[in-house]
Design a protein around this ligand. Structure first.
Ligand SMILES: *Cc1c(COP(=O)(O)O)cnc(C)c1O
Length: 468
């Protein structure tokens, strides 16, 4: 038996075309793209048709659009969206690492159309991509030459593949690190075609360990800065000057993977000194690799600096073509490197250094200003207090250094189920139009304010939390 169109609620569901034409859908289409919204809308209408009981009411257009929005909410594919990083980790890999300075963002926009990426405007001939940043990198590190690839993992891969494909590479057991996100030194070496020769022990490696490991099949010596972990106590590593002596006595190149590779001495901010690329080169490394988006504060990139002949060899490797950077990266990197010429501007304008060096009393004052308004916003079920916190640099830079910071601790006043309440609040914050990312510790949601630059905008964004 079939119901007449007037009585069957399924017949009152809008057609896919009509639903897609609803002006209320425009902003959803803007966010996810027409293709994805169409697909989800088709599935939603089909499931409504199956579920609706013939005796009941059909959902109205408002409800259908709300249901569609809900479905899409948990669908990835909206592209990277801006978030409030209140995690306390300044260079957070999951949050896009270094926030770029305004000058770099402008440089990317300017280069986004047609630009002279590989055109020498002087001669009209084909140019070299690296030339846009090579001079700057060399001036800042004292290197003879430099090249840039997609990220530091690519830089390491390329260096190993260039000098040690099918050859042995002795590396200290204490430096066979995992960086996170599946970057493990032994795996990268295998993919580069190099044969890893482990030398020494986890905590102690000596000069003789390297000397004994060198054979006719050795391609290069390689040192890794363990960046994201610290060894304390009974520990011995072979330093770069010693490794350089051994390598050069055998006619081998020496590379040092620095990881973060800061271009400023962090002891200026009361932090431990991270080895700098200039130190590494001065100490005798032929090649040094480091990331563009860690302490340097720029876009994702891997920078290789070193001797001219070594860099030329790296450039000739066909893999370089597969790992090259695009015009946007070059534009952003150039703009960031130009800030390094001017110390006062650097600390003002480079977010990574500004945030790392932000005084704790500044952050404390901000936490005290925000505690009241945020408490009012959340209502009487929540207790909001300003607390002292410890931020981290993140991304493997100075893993044991804590930066004195401050923020808000938010806890539920309920007798029971506080853990679940706090997790629910965290989820609601993640679902805001500009998600707020904090962390939970001991049933409290902690919002570290070190990276909060615009508190008025944060408060405005939080208004919709009450509405949700
Ligand atoms: C971070 C890091 C890498 C990987 O660099 P990416 O830029 O993330 O690819 C490699 N080696 C060390 C020592 C690192 O700290």
């Amino acid at each position: 038996m079939t119901a007449s169109p007037g009585t069957d609620p399924r017949a009152r569901l809008p057609s896919l075309d009509r639903l897609m034409d609803d002006p209320e859908l425009a902003h959803i289409v803007e966010q996810w793209g027409r293709r994805t919204v169409l697909d989800e809308a088709r599935q939603l209408l089909a499931s409504l048709r199956r579920q609706i009981d013939p005796g009941s009411e059909a959902p109205g257009p408002g409800e259908i659009i709300a249901a569609l929005t809900q479905r899409l909410q948990s669908t990835p594919g909206r592209g990277p969206r801006p978030v409030w990083n209140l995690t306390g980790t300044v260079i957070h890999t999951n949050l896009g690492r270094a926030p770029l300075p305004i000058s770099a963002i402008a440089a990317m926009a300017a280069a986004a159309g047609s630009s002279d990426v590989e055109l020498d405007l002087d001669s009209g001939m084909r140019g070299e991509r690296d030339h846009h940043v090579e001079r700057l990198i060399c001036d800042l590190t004292g290197a003879e030459a430099a090249t840039v690839v997609n990220n530091n993992a690519a830089a390491v891969l390329l260096v190993l593949n260039t000098f040690a494909q099918g050859k042995q590479v002795p590396v200290s057991r204490g430096e066979l690190v995992e960086i996170g996100g599946s970057f493990r030194m032994p795996d990268i070496m295998r993919r580069a075609g190099s044969i890893l020769v482990e030398v020494g022990t986890t905590n102690r490696t000596h000069r003789a360990d390297f000397e004994e490991a060198i054979t006719d099949h050795t391609g290069m010596l390689f040192k890794v800065h363990p960046s994201n972990y610290a060894i304390a106590g009974f520990h011995q590593e072979v330093t770069i000057p010693t490794l350089a002596e051994i390598a050069h006595a055998h006619g081998l190149p020496l590379a040092w993977d620095l990881g973060s590779g800061s271009l400023v001495d962090l002891s200026r901010f009361g932090l431990a000194r991270e080895p700098m690329p200039s130190d590494a080169l001065a100490a005798g490394a032929d090649l040094v690799t480091f990331s563009g988006d860690k302490l340097l504060g720029g876009p994702q990139a891997g920078i290789i600096v070193g001797r001219r002949t070594a860099i030329d060899a790296v450039r000739r490797n066909p893999l370089k073509r597969a790992l090259r950077v695009d015009k946007l990266t070059l534009a952003a990197l150039g703009a960031v490197l130009r800030l390094y010429g001017d110390d006062a501007r650097l600390l003002q304008e480079l977010p990574v250094l500004r945030l790392i060096s932000r005084p704790a009393q500044d952050i404390r004052a901000q936490a005290e200003r925000l505690a009241g308004p945020i408490s009012d916003l959340l209502g009487k079920n929540w207790e909001v207090t300003s607390v002292a916190l410890a931020s981290q640099i993140g991304s493997g830079a100075l893993p044991v250094a804590n930066l004195d910071s401050a923020g808000l601790a938010i806890s539920s006043r309920r007798e029971r189920g506080r853990g679940a309440e706090v997790e629910d609040l965290q989820r609601r914050l993640r679902r805001l139009p500009k998600p707020v990312i904090g962390r939970i510790a001991q049933n409290r949601l902690l919002l570290d304010l070190r990276c909060l630059d615009d508190e008025t905008a944060l408060l405005a964004d939080l208004q919709s939390l009450g509405a949700a």
